[in-house]
Design a protein around this ligand. Structure first.
Ligand SMILES: [Fe+2]
Ligand SMILES: [Fe+2]
Length: 324
């Protein structure tokens, strides 16, 4: 399945200028061609960040106690070799898939491994022990390995969306300039990873009927809900240290999911059936109770604070009117 639409912009150098808009908008967008993704990953691999390695980890004992276990688990998850997904991609190519996809996927995996390497180096400096295995990583690995390419990407996407919130929390949880910089770089990369995965899922789902896409999305929501709860259970201490209690973490994660959802739709957009529209409207109504409402809020991930600020300003306005 070759993506033939031309890229909306031709130069990878322009990538950074549109970074803020990627993932920040819930509106449907035109996917990049695989060749453009390949160019992006190549350009990004050449990008050199100057991290203050020489200054050391500079974390306190309290920080180490709060984030040590958690960062060890994420470091392990980032370091995977991606053998299963690569084999699934090879089968996809044999079935007539996009030939540029495998090299792009390999570059994506290399980027994840760089995250793992950088976090590992930080852990060594901070005196945090590296882990060789953990239950969460094993669970995600198992889920990825039980299906084909679409399942593997869907599970990966779940982890990527949660990572977008996790690294924000980790950045807030530490005073270490080095770790803050590392989190910033990872967050930047993850924005593109989410889009890369979403667009491929959209391509793989192209031509499927509305009800088929709807139940796949419902399964994905169920997986996501379970994963968010599980991550909070296993990383709660680090998340709380970064200011993310359960409610804020839940809202922020679903904000990321909602921002990504439009990108999961096949391009060009297919009109949903009336039944699928009704189901979607119901799900949207339910999820709006727990997640941010506007694309900007989704991007910022601080919808709860904004909503409560808006509520308090509304109530103060109504109080003012009452007093008049
Ligand atoms: Fe990563
Ligand atoms: Fe990623």
């Amino acid at each position: 399945m070759l993506e033939t639409r031309p890229p909306t912009r031709s130069k990878p150098a322009r990538e950074s200028s549109c970074r803020a808009r990627i993932g920040a908008s819930a509106r449907p967008h035109e996917p990049w061609t695989t060749e453009r993704w390949l160019a992006y990953f190549r350009t990004n691999a050449r990008r050199k960040d100057r991290f203050p390695w020489r200054a050391g980890a500079r974390i306190t004992e309290a920080e180490r106690a709060a984030i040590g276990r958690s960062i060890a688990m994420f470091q392990l998850g980032e370091s995977g070799e991606g053998r299963h997904i690569q084999r699934a991609a090879e089968r996809y190519l044999q079935r007539g898939g996009d030939p540029a996809y495998l090299p792009a996927l390999k570059l994506f995996i290399r980027e994840e491994q760089r995250h793992g390497r950088d976090l590992g180096r930080f852990m060594d400096l901070a005196g945090i022990t590296r882990w060789r295995r953990c239950g969460t990583d094993g669970l995600f690995r198992f889920m990825r390995h039980t299906g084909g390419l679409e399942r593997a990407i869907a599970v990966l996407l779940t982890a990527e969306l949660i990572a977008q919130v996790y690294y924000r929390a980790l950045r807030e949880a530490t005073g270490s300039p080095l770790l803050k910089r590392l989190c910033g770089r990872i967050l930047r990369d993850e924005v593109y990873h989410v889009r890369f995965q979403c667009e491929r899922i959209g391509m793989l789902r192209r031509g499927r009927r509305g009800w088929d896409r709807s139940w796949r999305l419902a399964l994905q929501r169920a997986l996501f809900a379970g994963a968010v709860a599980w991550v909070y259970l296993t990383h709660g201490r680090a998340l709380r240290a970064g200011g993310f209690g359960l409610a804020r973490f839940w809202r922020a994660c679903w904000g990321r999911f909602r921002a990504a959802r439009a990108m999961l739709e096949p391009w060009p957009m297919q009109a949903p059936s009336p039944c699928a529209r009704r189901v979607q409207a119901m799900v949207d109504h339910l999820s709006q109770r727990t997640s941010p409402q506007t694309p900007l809020e989704q991007a910022e991930g601080s919808a709860g604070e904004r909503r409560s600020a808006a509520r308090s300003s509304r109530s103060s306005r109504s109080r003012t009117l009452e007093t008049r």
